[in-house]
Write a protein that binds this ligand. Structure first.
Ligand SMILES: C[S@@+](CC[C@H](N)C(=O)[O-])C[C@H]1O[C@@H](n2cnc3c(N)ncnc32)[C@H](O)[C@@H]1O
Length: 236
C-alpha cells in the first residue's frame, strides 16, 4: 500500500495517486455522498470560462472537472504529475486531446508553460497535496495573463473550532474504513483526513495568495466550510 506523509514528498504523492487512479472518482462520490459534484459545479461557475479563453486546470487528476470548464467554449489544459491519473482520464475521454481538454504532464512547482499563458487558472483538491504551497501559487501567477483569475477549490475548516475538530476526528475514522470497501489503496484516505486537518483555514490561505501577488482575494464557503472556494486576480 502506498501513501504520502505530511511532508508531501512529490514521489510519494504521485505514486499514491497512481495507485488510486482507477477508482478515484467512484471513491470520491461515495465518501462525499455525492457532494463533490456540487462543489465542482460551484468551482466551474466561479471560473466562468468563456469562448476563446484558455484555462489551466492544475492537479487535474483524471480531469473530473476539466471538461466542465469547456461548457461555454473555453479550451482547457489539464495538467498533473500523476501519469496514472492522467491516463485514466484520457482513456475515459477517448484520447489525450479531446472535447476541448488537452492533457499535459507537469509539476505544479515548475509548470511547463510560458509566462502569461492562461486567462484563468484553477486547482481543485490539489493544492493541499503540493509540498510548497507558496511556490505553487507563485507559479500559477506567473502563467496567468494580467487581468486573469485564479479559483481554488479545496477542503477547508468549519468556522466553529470544536465542530471542526469533531468533524476531523470523524473523518479520521470513517474515510479509511469506507475506502477499504472501495479503493485499491485505502491508506491514501488516512492521508486525506490528516492533510485536511493540517491545512490552513480560509483567512490563512487568502494571506498566502496575497503574499505571492494575487489581488482582490476573496473566498466563500461550501457545505458550511467543509470546502472553500478562493478567488483572486493578477493585476500587474
Ligand atoms: C485529490 S486529486 C485532485 C484531482 C482533481 N483536481 C479533482 O478535483 O478530482 C490531487 C491531484 O493533485 C496532483 N498533484 C499533487 N501534487 C502535484 C504537483 N506538484 N504537480 C502536479 N500535480 C500534483 C495529484 O497527482 C492528484 O492527481
Amino acid at each position: 500500500m502506498t501513501r504520502a506523509e505530511l511532508d508531501k514528498n512529490p514521489r510519494d504523492v504521485a505514486a499514491m495517486f497512481d495507485a488510486i487512479a482507477g477508482r478515484y472518482d467512484l471513491v470520491n462520490d461515495v465518501l462525499s455522498l455525492g457532494q463533490d459534484r456540487r462543489w465542482r459545479r460551484a468551482a466551474v461557475q466561479a471560473v466562468e470560462a468563456y469562448s476563446g479563453e484558455l484555462v489551466l486546470d492544475l492537479a487535474a487528476g483524471t480531469g473530473t472537472s476539466s471538461e466542465s470548464f469547456t461548457a461555454k467554449g473555453a479550451r482547457v489544459i489539464a495538467c498533473d504529475f500523476s501519469l496514472g491519473m492522467l491516463q485514466v482520464g484520457a482513456e475515459r475521454r477517448g484520447g489525450a486531446s479531446r472535447r476541448g481538454v488537452t492533457v499535459v504532464a507537469g509539476d505544479a512547482l515548475r509548470l511547463p508553460f510560458a509566462d502569461r499563458t492562461f486567462d484563468a487558472v484553477t486547482i481543485s483538491f490539489g493544492l493541499r497535496n503540493v509540498n510548497d504551497v507558496g511556490d505553487a501559487l507563485a507559479e500559477l501567477l506567473r502563467v496567468t495573463k494580467v487581468g486573469g483569475r485564479i479559483v481554488i477549490c479545496e477542503f477547508s475548516h468549519l468556522p466553529v473550532g470544536a465542530l471542526d475538530k469533531a468533524l476531523g476526528k470523524g473523518m479520521e475514522v470513517v474515510l479509511p474504513l469506507v475506502a477499504r470497501g472501495f479503493s485499491d489503496n485505502p491508506s491514501a484516505y488516512s492521508y486525506l483526513s490528516e492533510s485536511i486537518a493540517a491545512w490552513p483555514d480560509q483567512p490563512a490561505l487568502a494571506k498566502e495568495l496575497q503574499a505571492v501577488g494575487w489581488s482582490d482575494v476573496a473566498w466563500r464557503n461550501l457545505s458550511l466550510g467543509v470546502v472553500a472556494l478562493h478567488r483572486g486576480y493578477r493585476r500587474a
